[in-house]
Design a protein around this ligand. Structure first.
Ligand code: FAD
Ligand code: DLZ
Ligand code: SF4
Length: 524
């Protein structure tokens, strides 16, 4: 332990994703309370994280500790390389409580099931009175979604979202949705011209070389690249607010319109890149949505309702909804494998070395920046992994490690649920899969790809094409059969009608091509 023993009546633990300066804990400076933040080995090893993710968490935690100290709070910060660091939350807590002769222990509800279990079991055996506080971050409680849909088969996101709009008053004109509709998705999702250039992403410029050296010295195994002299992610609240301001000013005007676009080399397009700041709670979801609503109300000509609504839906809709699914369905959710997929992830997911231009770009930038935008995650990497029949454990492992914003509650629900349909239709009503035509329609990778997006079975045929049909053919029983939910069945009908109308030779050629691709996934 780094400092002299500090006696404290109460020890309050702050986890790495609980950097919420607005929490009621900090309203009063209390000399009898010691706040503890800890860098521990268990958190650097539960997934093979991107190096920028570990740097981002540790650097933001360190800044938060400084912020609390500057406010007059007593803070103990445990570094990963402190002598005797036991490497786990429970191990360090035991030492701290003992050294401080603490009379009580408090923590905020963790967002991850794994950490929740770990701390609950520690709390039960620590022999002290324990207080568990809310994080005061989310707009819904852990069980709100489950309560709302009690007795129903499906959790309908659109219904949940409307309730959230009413509850928060966001984009509401009295009882009615602003602009006369709840959802303006139909106006979104355009393809930019090939020459279109989005404003450059706002990058910070932190020198985290000392921290990086420490990780290397400690042998923390990571993936991805970093320039530690110029670390780009926001590390405190002021920077997070700056990123939010930049988004509202420069990106929001076209956010919805180009939300699904895929542009070679433009790694963030009109996306906010606020997920890290939100997930570690440097920003609150409500303040982000309010800023966006304010920007729209101030200049509705430049920022149309479709842009603001499209963005706010992601946060008070999808983000809260995924959290609700997580707490309704964990721990079983993390083991679901509806299609019984068993293949390993192609090795090039870890290097980006593939001839498929869309995947090379999405994976390459993920390794370079610890970030890909939603449609790359869903319709490029996720789409490919699902069509290729990769085991969802391997898909989850990749997504949980590679993104700076990856925390289990929002990673597993998006990956196993929305993207891999391994939940059989809890999150979505049909698998998010597409052939190459969709990727071509939404962007400009295909024209410079080794493969031909228009070809389905030739030597250079775009692999997405045959794999798309192979996926539907091999999973027909599951998708149409008794196991499938009614909503799934309805939505799959059109695909199977098209398949059935193809002549037998075309179907056979697609299946043969699909088989061949599946046998050589590593060579694509
Ligand atoms: P923007 O596109 O600008 O959206 C704004 C905000 O909306 C995001 O910051 C995020 O907080 C929220 N949001 C948007 N879509 C979702 C969604 N589907 N679920 C939850 N919140 C959403 N998001 C994570 O935060 N962590 C993850 O580990 C994660 N893993 C994903 C894995 C897969 C396979 C997929 C398909 C999506 C995943 N997402 C995850 C959701 C989404 O892709 C990211 O939140 C988004 O790309 C973050 O970038 P951004 O801040 O620029 O988002
Ligand atoms: C992601 C992460 C990492 C890499 N390291 C730490 C850490 O050392 N200490 C810590 O408190 N939190 C860390 N985190 C975040 C946690 O793994 C975890 O995801 C959340 O705290 C769960 O709510
Ligand atoms: Fe991706 Fe296929 Fe287009 Fe190549 S041709 S960029 S693999 S969709």
């Amino acid at each position: 332990m780094p400092t002299e023993p500090q006696q404290a009546r109460t020890v309050r633990l702050i986890l790495g994703d609980q950097l919420n300066a607005g929490h009621s804990w900090y309203r009063q400076v209390r000399p009898d309370v010691l706040y503890v933040l800890m860098e521990v080995r268990s958190e650097t090893t539960y997934a093979r994280h991107h190096v920028q993710k570990v740097l981002g968490f540790f650097a933001a935690m360190r800044r938060f500790a400084e912020h609390l100290r500057a406010q007059g709070h007593r803070v103990l910060y445990i570094h990963l390389d402190d002598p005797g660091n036991t490497g786990s939350f429970a191990g360090e807590l035991e030492r701290v409580l003992h050294r401080c002769k603490a009379a009580a222990f408090a923590y905020q509800l963790p967002d991850e099931w794994r950490v929740d279990e770990h701390l609950r079991s520690f709390a039960e055996r620590c022999g002290l009175p324990v207080e568990v506080a809310d994080t005061e971050h989310f707009l819904t409680g852990r069980t709100d979604l489950a309560d709302m849909f009690k007795g129903r088969k499906q959790y309908l996101m659109e219904r949940f979202y409307r309730v959230m709009r009413q509850r928060t008053g966001l984009l509401m004109d009295g009882e009615a949705p602003a602009g006369g509709a709840w959802n303006f998705d139909a106006e979104n999702r355009a393809r930019p011209a090939k020459s279109h250039l989005a404003p450059p992403p706002l990058l910070f410029d932190h020198d985290v070389r000392g921290l990086h050296q420490m990780l290397v010295k400690q042998g923390v195994a990571t993936i991805g690249q970093v320039d530690p002299a110029h670390f780009i992610w926001p590390l405190d609240r002021a920077e997070s607010l700056q990123l939010l301001g930049y988004f509202c000013e420069h990106l929001l005007p076209r956010f919805g319109m180009y939300q699904d676009a895929l542009m070679p080399g433009q790694w963030a397009l009109y996306h906010a890149r606020l997920s890290f700041a939100l997930n570690v709670k440097l920003l609150s979801p409500l303040e982000v949505c309010r800023a966006v609503e304010e920007a729209w109300r101030a200049d509705p000509e430049r920022i149309t309702i479709a842009q603001a609504e499209g963005f706010i839906r992601q946060i008070i809709g999808w983000r809260e909804y995924m959290r609700g699914i997580y707490w309704a369905r964990m721990p079983a959710f993390a083991g679901l494998n509806f299609f019984d997929h068993q293949r390993p992830l192609p090795a090039w997911f870890w290097t980006g070395r593939t001839r498929m231009a869309c995947l090379r770009d999405a994976i390459g930038q993920s390794l370079q920046h610890a970030y890909a935008h939603h449609i790359q995650r869903l319709m490029v990497t996720g789409n490919f992994a699902l069509l290729a029949g990769v085991h969802p454990d391997q898909v989850d492992e990749w997504y949980l490690g590679i993104y700076i914003d990856a925390l289990h509650w929002v990673e597993v629900t998006n990956t196993r649920g929305m993207s891999q349909f391994a939940d059989g239709g809890i999150v979505g009503t049909k698998p998010y899969v597409s052939s190459g035509a969709y990727i071509d329609r939404m962007g400009h990778h295909c024209s410079s790809c080794h493969y031909d997006v228009k070809d389905r079975t030739g030597e250079r045929a775009c692999p997405f094409n045959a794999l798309y049909w192979h996926f539907h053919a091999r999973n027909r029983d599951r998708l149409e059969g008794a196991e499938a939910r009614p909503g799934v069945l309805q939505r799959m009908g059109m695909v199977y009608r098209t398949w059935d109308r193809m002549d037998a030779a075309a179907r056979a050629a697609l299946l043969a091509k699909g088989d061949a691709l599946l046998q050589h996934l590593d060579e694509l």
